[in-house]
Design a protein around this ligand. Structure first.
Ligand code: HEM
Length: 506
């Protein structure tokens, strides 16, 4: 009992300390808000103020029904362009305001991070560019960026080889084919060739026994691991209690497959170094993996960077093509206009320059990325107290205080369909609108600021090339989708039921 007074003193001191820090923080925040002219956000989505369980319930229902995007839009229409919410105790600010998105991604880039997505991404991706922050990220970006220069991404011959295989799978008697399934095979074949200097060639094995084919096993494991990331992200901290042997196995297969190519690249580097010493090194053809291996010999590092780019680049381009052809197949006049433009090539395959000059093609791709942005929802976490320029006060036009550890979700799909930005026909797929449209931050399919997509030109070159070749080979395209487009939303957005069309040869 003799210790009691001391205990009281310690407890009292601790309590005073907590009170003191709380009060100082409160006062500092009041001052910060005043200095920045912040006003409180009047719109609130959640009803459960502590855990936001009602939000989780709504999100999970919408996701199961494949109506996440349309429902999000309704919330914004009801609550305004910026509102407060809460997901399992994490405070959330949701916004579809271009000025806010510019602030998060560019003006106050350093005030935000995405540590929240790392537990779901790290098992497959390690600490590669897509999953890294701070110095490590800057270093990855510096390492990889030169590989996206024009000369590297303009290898249209490689695209042509794979497109030829794809064309073989399109019936010429007008019977129905799912283009989306072919696009996903095409982009894993081209991306693996670009990155590893070895293609999965999955288009060559369509319909064959893929059980003993290493490349096919990898493709399947990679698809599985990607879907699994979405589940990991959705479960959050609870995921550690899930038994997931198949997911772990898929990741192992992916890593082992890529490491073989890393070994090859490092061997190549040793040979090159030896040749250089002997003065006999020649200018080799460019290969992505070999260029990375010239910068670092860290095997794990190379593997991690490559798998990150495969993730960033594969589903995205396939989804752009799928979403675009879903729309075009339903609008024969757009297909006809594309054919007219492509006819200027006189039946030849295009050069890189010619491809870039096809204006209507570019409009079609821009418009698809507007109505169906491949990354429709994204988020960051505030790493310090900060401020957004919009969302405060009754009009939502005043600055808004963002406390440290708040998640800020930015809703590209909702922004791309705002009537006040794109007009009353914002929901309509109409490439012609790009004749006069010059949007800034209100159009953001590839992100903006220091972490803007590295593969934008690569993606547009590939999608453009594939489109030209399809349009050259087929005079007509008819939609065979029995229903409207519905969302297939995992990490990226494609069509839930594929893209079923019938084609008439030219
Ligand atoms: C239509 C196709 C594509 C779209 C819409 C797209 C979109 C995006 C978006 C929104 C981000 C930002 C993600 C974030 O920070 O949260 C991103 C990042 C990235 N993208 Fe793309 N992407 C596409 C194709 C590609 C391709 C083909 C490649 C590579 C071959 C690629 C490589 C990357 C990389 C490396 C990053 C990470 C950049 C960084 O964090 O510094 N992307 N992309």
């Amino acid at each position: 009992m003799g210790h009691s007074p001391l205990l009281f003193v310690v407890a009292g001191a601790a309590l005073s300390y907590i009170l003191y820090t709380r009060i100082t923080l409160y006062l500092a925040r009041q001052r910060f808000k005043k200095e920045n002219g912040c006003q409180p956000c009047m719109a609130q989505f959640h009803k459960d103020p502590i855990l936001g369980l009602d939000v989780v319930k709504v999100m999970s229902y919408n996701s199961k029904q494949h109506i996440t995007l349309q429902e999000n839009r309704k919330h914004f229409q009801k609550l305004g362009n910026t509102f407060h919410s809460r997901i399992i105790a994490t405070p959330l600010i949701a916004t579809c305001e271009p000025e806010n998105i510019k602030t998060i991604l560019s003006l106050k880039f350093k005030d935000y991070g995405f540590g929240h997505r790392q537990p779901a991404f790290t098992p497959l991706l390690g600490h590669g560019i897509f999953n890294a922050e701070g110095e490590r990220w800057a270093n990855s970006r510096h390492l990889l960026r030169p590989n996206f220069a024009r000369d590297q991404i303009a290898d249209l011959d490689a695209f042509e080889r794979h497109v030829k295989w794809m064309l073989k799978h399109i019936p010429r008697d007008g019977s129905t084919v799912d283009l989306q399934a072919l696009f996903f095979r095409l982009t894993i074949d081209t991306a693996t060739e670009f990155l590893f200097n070895h293609s999965t060639n999955s288009l060559r094995t369509v319909g064959q026994d893929e059980e003993n084919n290493e490349d096919a096993i990898f493709s399947q494991a990679f698809n599985f691991a990607l879907d699994d990331i979405t589940i990991r992200a959705r479960n959050g901290p609870l995921d550690r209690f899930r038994k997931n042997e198949e997911g772990e196995q898929a990741i192992k297969i992916c890593h082992a497959y890529i490491e073989k190519f890393v070994d090859d690249a490092l061997r190549f580097r040793e040979e090159l170094d030896a040749e250089k010493m002997a003065g006999s090194a020649e200018n080799e053809k460019y290969y992505f993996i070999q260029e990375v291996a010239k910068q670092t010999t860290d095997k794990k590092r190379i593997r991690e960077e490559l798998i990150n780019i495969l993730l960033a680049g594969r589903d995205t381009t396939a989804s752009l093509l799928s979403n675009m052809f879903f729309e075009i197949a339903q609008k024969p006049h757009i297909y006809a206009k594309l054919r007219d433009e492509v006819a200027t090539l006189g039946g030849r395959t295009p050069t890189y320059e010619e491809l870039r000059n096809l204006k209507y093609l570019k409009w079609c791709m821009n418009e698809s990325l507007r109505t169906h942005p491949v990354v429709p929802i994204n988020s960051r976490i505030a790493v310090r107290d900060t401020v957004l320029p919009r969302g405060g006060g009754p009009s939502g036009q005043a600055p808004l205080f963002v406390p440290k550890d708040t998640m800020v979700g930015y809703f590209i799909h909702v922004m791309h369909r705002r009537y006040d930005i794109y007009g009353d026909d914002a929901d309509e797929y109409r490439p012609e609108r790009w004749e006069s449209l010059r949007p800034g931050w209100e159009y953001l399919p590839f992100n903006g600021g220091p972490r803007i997509c590295l593969g934008q030109q690569y993606a547009l070159t590939e999608a453009g090339y594939v489109t030209v070749r399809l349009v050259q080979e087929f005079a007509l395209m008819e939609s065979r989708d029995p229903e409207e487009w519905s969302e297939g939303l995992t990490l990226t957005l494609c069509s839930l039921n594929g893209v079923k069309v019938g084609l008439t040869p030219a």
